[in-house]
Design a protein around this ligand. Sequence first.
Ligand code: 1PW
Length: 216
Amino acid sequence: TRQCEGMEFQITRVLAAFRSCISEDGQILLKEYLSGWKEFIKFMDSLGMVFGFISQETTTKINIMNVYLAGSSGAEYHTLQSMIKHELDHGLVNFKELPRDQVPSGCRTLLRLHRALKWLEMFLYKLSISTSQDNTGKLCALAYEETLAHHHSWFVRQAAALAFLAMPPRRELLQILCVHKEEEAQFVLSTTAKSIIRVYDLTQRVYEAHGMLELP
Ligand code: 1PW
């Protein structure tokens, strides 16, 4: 069996990151948000080559955010709310489609991760209520079709469908997730899904309040 310590993926680290994502005054902390995603990317990478493009695309989005966080205005990117204020105040949001050679705004980039987070949450939830008879690829596909697929082109949806076919069986998947007992799996998965919902719902409200749910 797989060793579950050290640098390899652990679902409990995803949980810890998203749990610490909301500050006491209701701000979304971007570093924690991105670290939750970074941990999850390790999981996608351990699913093999076919998940490569999904994992790559997520990494690309995180890297764009990291450049902003490390940049001269980095302090403004401490939270979702401060980022929105900063980009609005300086006309950086890009409410219109950008030329391909321009770096997308933080608001636009995080919105892509935000939409993807719904997929992740739905997948973990479905996995948490699944039984040993369930097909993980099917669960993943269903979660995708109910959420992120609405935002994707035909081409991306086909590529995603291919990746789901290569999803490992449930038993193996739970091992990759570093949960070994059935009850433990249910608990960790549903707790993680719940911590993600809180972050997702708050982020959604903030984007909605600024009319930013459809940034191109
Ligand atoms: C195994 C459990 C699945 C949950 C993982 C969620 C990962 C989400 C990454 C999906 C990437 C699909 C391929 C890329 C599509 C891009 O076109 C799209 N990006 C995202 C993150 O949805 C839109 O970005 P774009 O093209 O407008 O810059």
